[in-house]
Every structure is written in C-alpha cells, then in structure tokens.
Design a binder for this molecule. Structure first.
Ligand code: GDP
Length: 301
C-alpha cells in the first residue's frame, strides 16, 4: 500500500497521476483538516473535498476546489439576500457539504468521508488527519486572522508574523496506516499549513521513521509554485527553497524530488537527504503528473 500526505492543491494534482499508475484501492490519502470549519451553515472540509473530487474525477482544476462546471445559483441568491458567504460554494459542491454536515450529526468525520467516498465510487481510503475540531490562526501585521479570512478576504496579502494551530489527536488507524505502507509520499503541498499539521500529530514522525518516505518539493527556486507557502515558511524562519523543505522533513525523509530548475541544489541537498531526484515537477498536464508519479515510485519502491 502507498500512503500520500495531502493538502488541497499541489498533492491533488499529483494524485491524478498516481491514480493512473497505482491501483486506487492500494492507496491511502491522509488529508489535512486543520482549517475545517462551518461556513454559511455547512461544514467545510476544503482539502478533503478536493481530494474526494480529485479521486472521483470531478474536481474543478481551475481553482482546485469545488466541482467542474458547477453552477452558483444559491451562492448568488445569498448575495442578493445580503447574506454573502466568504467561500464561493457551487450548488453541486454545496450538496456534498450539506450531506457531510448531516452525516456528522451522528457519525465521525472519518465515517462521513467513507460514506461519501462510497457514493462517489472511490476505492482509495481517504483519511482525515483528525476527527477532532481544530483551529488555525494567522498572526499578521494587521492582527490575528482566521485562515480563510487571510486567504480569501485578505487575498494572502498581509505580512505573516507567526501562526498558531490547535493540537488534535490523529484519526483512529492513521498511525497503523503509515506503519503498514510500502512507501509514504509527502506531496508538494504547503509545508506549513498542509503538511506540518499532519506531521505534528502524536506518533506520526516516529511512524514515518519506520517506512520509506519520499517528498516532492512545492518550492522551485525561492518561491512556491502557487499560493502563500513562501510567506509561511519565512514567518517560521525556514529558508524558502527545497533546502528549507528538506530541513523540515529530514528526520524521516529518505528521498526528495526537486524540479530540474533547481539542479544546482543537488550537492547541498545530498548533504541533508540520502537520495535527490531531479525532474520536471510542474504538473500542468496529465502526462506530466503521470511522469512525476512514475519517477517518485521508481525512486522509493
Ligand atoms: P492548499 O491546501 O490549497 O494550500 O494546497 P496544498 O497545500 O496542497 O498545495 C499548495 C502548494 O502546492 C503550494 O506550495 C505550491 O507551490 C504547490 N504546487 C501547486 N502546483 C504545483 C506543481 O505543479 N508542482 C509543484 N512542485 N508544486 C505545486
């Protein structure tokens, strides 16, 4: 079994490639839940829903949330009623969120996701990192912000000084899933807001030391491919480069995949991580996603 640690943009792109070459039923995907919250009356687990839609072949690849070709009738009507919602939730996407909200009245998040994955014909195991509620706060130059306020209302513009997130327990079975894996892939997700929350769960780092682990860097040169990862790394005093990523994961990492544009980092990275794989990591077509997935599996299995 292959296990993938995921956020909601970079790793889902890679999952599209992985599911072409690995039997989806041999795949477990551990997903960040730190920023889950209620919006406009529905429970939003943004990264989990992105992974569900990705595995079901429904994801809107333009923004990496929601469903392709969705309509926004309810979202627009809420605006007309002077009840605007912070997140732009499509009608089909809202049905998923309503179903999850209802399921969670008498099921855990994991059970609710299992039921939804079943309805979507997904055979991979999608594991929310925790079934507990959590909070993430971004400390910025304009004050303390909720994660989605920072990301959407303020368009990731404020300077990030620090971030705080709650300590939660790992979902049941998560540690055993890692221990029983033939390899763990840390996808190219935001190291601070998507991956670190998973790594911070009690027992995860120790479990990762027991199995082969490979990471794909989400950083090329001195910036992220997309999104505010660089701002968060800076705020945490982590060098914004694949070297910074390697340092963050070095205690349990066997191999790292970096982009061809960063070839000059090979020897410095070799001092930190046993194996350095250099290839194209920009995933803009299904072929580039499949090729990257193949390189990763060759490099770690
Ligand atoms: P979020 O949950 O929406 O923040 O998304 P993730 O944490 O899963 O992914 C965000 C990260 O994906 C960013 O740091 C990007 O640099 C990275 N990313 C997005 N597309 C690509 C890509 O094609 N290649 C690589 N290497 N990284 C990517």
């Amino acid at each position: 079994m292959i296990t993938v640690l995921s956020g909601g943009t970079g790793t889902p792109k890679l999952l599209q490639g992985i599911k072409e070459i690995v039997d989806p039923s041999d795949l477990s995907i551990i997903v960040n839940t730190l920023e889950n919250d209620y919006f406009a009356g529905v429970y939003v687990s943004a990264d989990i829903d992105t992974v569900l839609y990705t595995m079901a072949g429904m994801i809107n690849e333009e923004v990496w949330y929601g469903v392709r070709n969705d309509t926004f009738t309810t979202h627009e009507r809420l605006e007309e009623l002077s009840c605007p919602e912070l997140l732009r939730i499509g009608d089909i996407d809202r049905a998923t969120k309503i179903q999850k909200t209802l399921l969670m009245q008498n099921h855990s998040l994991q059970e609710s996701v299992d039921i939804q994955a079943g309805h979507m014909g997904i055979t991979s195991k999608i594991i929310p990192m925790s079934n507990e509620n959590s909070e993430i706060k971004i400390i910025t130059d304009i004050g303390e912000l909720e994660f989605h306020d920072f990301l959407i209302k303020h368009q990731s513009e404020p300077e990030v000084l620090d971030l705080k997130f709650s300590e939660v327990a790992p979902a049941e079975g998560l540690i055993d899933t890692i221990r029983n894996s033939d390899a763990v892939i840390i996808g190219p997700s935001n190291p601070i807001t998507s991956i670190l929350p998973i790594l911070s769960l009690k027992g995860v780092k120790d479990a990762l030391k027991e199995v082969p682990v490979i990471a794909v860097s989400p950083i090329i040169g001195n910036d992220s491919v997309s999104g505010p990862a660089a701002k968060f790394m800076n705020a945490m005093g982590i060098e914004v480069s694949s070297i910074g990523v390697a340092n963050l994961y070095k205690d349990f990492l066997d191999a790292i995949v970096i982009d061809s544009q960063d070839e000059n980092l090979k020897s410095a990275l070799g001092e930190i991580i046993n194996k350095v794989i250099i290839t194209n990591t920009i995933m803009n077509t299904l072929d580039t996603k499949k090729e990257l997935a193949e390189k990763i599996l060759e490099g770690i299995l």
